[in-house]
Design a binder for this molecule. Structure first.
Ligand code: GYE
Length: 306
């Protein structure tokens, strides 16, 4: 496997690196912040960014990757819509000697030589943190806790892993019962719609666990429309900690948020430069994250950037 010496591709413009980036879409506040971070840090790093929006569809993403290969960009990065089904196109990139960096989300390819690095969060850990808060919140209580779950996009790494991490923690106590779990596609609209249906079917929901802030925010509208108080009648845990989520948390409508940072741009540009230079990079770059209670959200909100 020759390193990419001489495969300069379109890099004839004074050594400027060309980075082809395929984004998932614009489904959430997190995604918007992530796109902004990538565009701004590419400009700062002097990297020529070819940005493509897959609008939530894997087929669009595969097309974009093939187009980047045909254009002979220096580096390809992408945030996979779903985990499965990438082996063929990743092999094509490898055969063309174009290094690939996974951003934000993982693929389930067994052959890890198909990409140079994967930068992003530990989604299983995020799910565990959500579960741990719940366990503490209901410590010493014996009544059944009825939980409904709004999952992210089916097949996406953060949906699979946030579900698994949460389930793993709460299974230790049989009082926790997930009575319904359905996708809300990581969007506000679907979060609202699915929560409306949950509220009609289940009169005594104690807790909502939403895989992102946006679905939680949509669900809050449904809960209020049903005459219930979000954060009090139904406790809400979400993931991301974007500004709108943090505002709802500080305002008492959400109870706990597990942070997932979208600000991956600067590290991605750094990795892109290194792989282009043929330097060794770590296979896995983990994002550092925290959690927020209502009080912590009040304190953090004034400085929140996204
Ligand atoms: O949590 C969600 C977004 O992949 C981490 O995708 C990302 C997730 C994020 O739509 O809001």
């Amino acid at each position: 496997g020759g390193e990419d010496a001489g495969s300069g591709g379109s890099g004839s413009g004074g050594g400027k690196i060309t980075l082809g980036f395929s984004q998932v879409g614009a489904e959430s506040g997190w995604r918007t912040a992530n796109t902004k971070s990538i565009q701004e840090s590419a400009a700062t790093a002097g990297i020529d960014l070819k940005f493509s929006d897959a609008q939530g569809k894997q087929e669009n993403q595969i097309k974009a990757l093939r187009s980047f290969i045909a254009q002979r960009v220096d580096v390809i990065a992408f945030s996979p819509v779903v985990e499965s089904g990438w082996d063929t196109v990743l092999k094509e990139a490898k055969d063309a000697d174009i290094p690939v960096i996974l951003t934000d989300r993982a693929v389930d390819s067994q052959d890890t030589s198909l990409y140079k690095s994967f930068i992003g969060s530990d989604f299983v850990l995020e799910g565990k943190k959500a579960g741990e808060w719940l366990v503490k919140e209901y410590e010493g209580k014996t009544d059944t806790v009825n939980i409904v779950e709004l999952q992210g996009t089916p097949g996406a790494a953060p949906a699979n892993d946030r579900k698994a991490g949460f389930a793993d923690v709460i299974k230790a106590d049989p009082k926790f019962k997930v009575i319904a779990s359905q996708t809300g596609q990581f969007t506000r609209t679907d979060g609202k719609e699915v929560m409306e249906a949950f509220l009609k079917t289940y009169p005594d929901i104690d807790v909502l666990y939403a895989h992102n802030d946006d679905m939680g925010l949509g669900a809050i509208e449904a809960i209020e429309a049903a005459g219930k108080k979000p954060g009090t009648d139904i406790k809400i845990i979400t993931v991301d900690a974007v500004k709108d989520g943090m505002t709802a948390l500080a305002g008492g409508k959400i109870n706990y948020i597990v942070e997932c940072s979208p600000l991956l741009g600067p590290q991605l540009m750094d990795l892109a430069k290194k792989v282009k230079a043929g330097e060794q990079v770590p296979q896995r770059v983990l994002t550092e994250e925290t959690t927020f209670t209502q009080e912590q959200a009040k304190a953090a909100l004034p400085d929140r950037k996204y």
